[in-house]
Design a protein. Structure first.
Length: 149
């Protein structure tokens, strides 16, 4: 009986150690994400210029309820390097794909749920389409237009 108690205590401590390590990393990531989201929310919604000629950064998000939508369906940016920061707080996975007028994919974020991701593309002046490529999401309305001057 004493050996069983020792073994169970060792297993419990090991499990606690693993959970504690995992939670610290997740909490750290969550704090960073929350800070980034707060910063993005206070900046202009369409195009935010980067510093030092680094290009533009566009903040794009989806609603927390997982609906097939982006918070903006029309974006603008200056020609050159453009970073798209995407925030998906929903448990349903989404991504952002950018395609040119010929329908050629030129950039794509990771497929994410409850997190943030980004992609950087070099864009020429013109009109681009962005959408979620999860089957049925684009058809459900998860699409927008990016105009580059």
């Amino acid at each position: 009986m004493k050996k069983l108690s020792i073994v169970l205590a060792a297993i419990a401590l090991a499990a606690f150690g693993l959970v504690a390590c995992g939670d610290e990393a997740e909490e750290s990531d969550d704090e960073t994400t929350a800070a980034e989201s707060t910063t993005e929310a206070t900046e202009p919604a369409e195009t935010q210029a980067g510093a030092g000629g680094a290009g533009a950064t566009i903040a794009l998000a989806s609603p927390a309820d997982g609906s097939f939508a982006y918070d903006q369906t029309e974006l603008t940016a200056a020609a050159g390097p453009v970073t798209i920061d995407y925030d998906n707080p929903a448990p349903l996975s989404h991504d952002v794909v950018i395609e040119d007028e010929q329908g050629t994919e030129i950039g794509k974020t990771d497929l994410i749920s409850q997190g943030t991701t980004s992609t950087k593309v070099d864009l020429q002046a013109g009109t681009y389409t962005y959408f979620c490529d999860v089957p049925g999401h684009r058809e459900g309305g998860m699409e927008g237009t990016l105009t580059v001057d």
